[in-house]
Design a binder for this molecule. Structure first.
Ligand code: GTP
Ligand code: SPV
Ligand code: MN
Length: 598
């Protein structure tokens, strides 16, 4: 592979001096090179070759037990001014950050190889796309990047002699959690990640480039980089309309994007086309509409709970050429996770590498899970049976509706619609969700996660809201997507989910699209438009009237308390918060007052 980008070559040379690897290997994305790296990793135990009958070209990897999810406390936005990172991000001055990183990087690759991965986020040559070069000392990272991004010759060609790219540096170093740093330099278009080997911390094209750095670029260039799934819904008449949806980590994006319609809707002729499950880049095109691409080429999806019933398309996607991280490994080279379709292999080892049997309990009688709750598969998006034919299109797909959602046991109805774009931005801005295993922290605790971007917005979130408001103004009124909020996770007093979820969620999407076409009425409530029960197709669901009522309930007292929480959240942004957001909160409180008077 010939690299003619002199500046990039010099940068790699400089890093070679700093990190002192035994050798430097440019990754060309070829099958031969991939196989060779796999063989090397099998030999050292970094990877385990799986039963090739059941998992053709499948490999297994276990990360350090202290390194199994994104670490937000070691993630920093390094801008000259602290205010530019805003109150919701960790900030470090670029000078300090480079110095700290240098200390770790110095000699960090001794005895290892340094891999140089030129990659493209998005179709090569598309006006949407961005190029990065990731330096890493992990074969696991290389193999994941080959699946998750476009890697190889065509990227180097596109880069030419002076193309722009994001500098992405990763070193496992000593995997010391105390010295872990995930540093973003939006002003320099650069990322440095040290002392981790897992997921979003190290696959630098994903959360670091495609969200934290891209949000910064998107604001300057007038587009949106979002933590969103993108899917097409084909109706019985053949029309396909596209939705983009932001849910916090481990809150159902992958599952929704790949859903299989329930039998009753399948037979009517509904069909789903998956464009992406985690990241959406959206631009206003010359038609005044919002167009979206998925810059990723693979899925890095949650495994526990994934099976033929909940997500058959994911099961088919990971059948071959996939990487399985932190699940149970059997002596027979089979794998297992909680909620999969088969019996656990025996003998077997858990995600920590300890001997493991089903129904094992610790000293206090708590069951020991075999797979880590954030264990994941990496699989090529092209292997998804519902993969959209427009996935690689340079202009992507036109977005008809935007969904925001989270895990709310009580507050939020199954679905409701914003009154208009500004109200929709407010709706996204006040999103909150119960914490999951995708990041370190107290699981179940409700935290504000505006637009599912709390951990991923690379600049001051107040400016981010302003940017969203402005994007709405720039779109043509008729083309502007309508904004909705969904909550698949409402529970009854026993803590059981009221809504069956998964494929059945299509029933809600059907209503959403009907609203976008102006075909159904809705009930106006203080928080937005809620469906009239008769407008939702609940055929074959066997759902009692009380459950339906509970699903759509808007509790006055709960929302008043929520308004106080929102006020607290908004206050931290001071003067920088757009006045529109305060006006929206006032509007919500006023409508709640009217509701009480009735
Ligand atoms: P990231 O990849 O972390 O950004 O997450 P994601 O939003 O893609 O989450 P994913 O679809 O992998 O869902 C994670 C968890 O939510 C799994 O445990 C699923 O079983 C569960 N889940 C997904 N959809 C539904 C649903 O409709 N209802 C219920 N009850 N659970 C769901
Ligand atoms: C998330 O946490 O939102 C993920 C997984 O999609 S990771 O790539 O690890 O960030
Ligand atoms: Mn995600």
């Amino acid at each position: 592979m010939k690299v003619i980008h002199q500046e990039a070559v010099e940068w790699v040379e400089e890093l070679t001096q700093k990190c002192q690897p035994d050798e430097v290997v440019w990754i060309d994305g070829s099958e031969e090179q991939k196989e060779q790296l796999e063989e090397e990793a099998f030999a050292t135990g970094e990877l385990v070759k799986l039963d090739q009958g059941k998992w053709p070209r499948g490999v297994y990897h276990r990360t350090d037990p202290r390194d199994v999810a994104r670490t937000e406390e070691s993630t920093f936005i390094c801008t000259t001014l602290k205010e530019d990172a805003g109150p919701t991000n960790n900030w470090m001055s670029p000078l300090t950050a480079y110095r700290k990183a240098d200390e770790v990087l110095k000699g960090s690759m001794r005895g290892r190889s340094m891999y140089v991965i030129p990659f493209s986020m998005g179709p090569v040559g598309s006006p949407f796309s961005k190029i990065g070069i990731e330096i890493t000392d992990s074969i696991y990272v290389v193999l994941n990047m080959i699946i998750m991004t476009i890697v190889g010759e065509e990227v180097v060609t596109e880069l030419g002699t002076n193309g722009i790219y994001t500098k992405c540096i990763h070193s496992k170093a000593g995997l010391d959690p105390k010295k872990r740093l995930i540093l973003h330099f939006p002003e320099d278009n650069a990322i440095i990640s040290v002392n981790s080997g897992y997921g979003g911390n190290v696959l630098l094209g994903k959360k670091c480039l495609a969200l934290r750095i891209a949000t910064h670029q998107a604001r300057n260039e007038g587009w949106l980089a979002e933590h969103m799934l993108i899917m097409g819904i084909e109706e019985p008449n053949g029309r396909i309309q596209y939705l983009a949806g932001a849910f916090p980590s481990a809150c159902g994006k992958t599952n929704l994007a790949m859903l299989v319609p329930p039998r009753s809707m399948q037979s009517k002729g509904y069909r789903i086309w998956t464009v992406g499950d985690d990241i959406g880049w959206m631009r206003i095109d010359t038609d005044g509409g919002l167009w979206a691409i998925n810059p990723e080429s693979g899925f890095f999806g949650v495994l526990p709970g994934t099976n033929e019933k909940t997500n058959p398309n994911a099961m088919a996607t990971m059948r071959k050429n996939s990487i399985f991280t932190n699940v149970v490994l059997g002596e027979d080279s089979d794998i297992w996770w909680e909620g999969c379709d088969w019996e656990p292999p025996q003998p077997a080892w858990d995600w920590k590498g300890r001997p493991w049997k089903p129904d094992m309990k610790d000293e206090s009688g708590v069951p020991i899970v075999g797979a880590h709750p954030n264990s994941r598969f990496t699989a090529p998006i092209s292997q998804n049976p519902s993969s959209s034919f427009r996935r690689e299109h340079h202009h992507g797909v036109q977005v008809t509706a935007i969904l925001f959602g989270g895990r709310r046991a009580r507050l939020a109805p199954l679905v409701y619609e914003a009154f208009n774009w500004q109200h929709g931005v407010f709706m996204g801005g006040i999103m909150a969700s119960e914490r999951t295993a995708a990041q370190y922290g107290a699981i179940g605790e409700v935290r504000r996660d505006p637009m599912a971007m709390l951990p991923f917005c690379g600049y001051n979130m107040a400016d981010y809201f302003e940017h969203w408001l402005r994007m709405g103004v720039r779109m043509k009124r008729k083309m502007r997507p309508r904004i909705f909020h969904v909550n698949w996770f409402r529970t009854d007093e026993n803590g059981d989910y009221l809504w069956p979820g998964f494929g059945e969620n299509l029933r809600v999407l059907e209503w959403i699209l009907a609203r976008c076409r102006g075909e159904v009425e809705a009930t106006s409530t203080p928080i937005g438009y809620v469906p009239r029960p008769e407008d939702l197709d609940l055929d074959g669901l066997d759902m009692s009237e009380t459950v339906v009522k509970d699903l759509f309930q808007v509790n006055h007292q709960d929302w008043l308390e929520e308004a106080n929480g929102i006020e607290e959240f908004f206050k931290q942004f001071g003067d920088r918060l757009p006045t529109e957001m305060w006006a929206q909160l006032e509007g919500l409180r006023r409508r709640l007052d009217v509701m009480e008077e009735r």
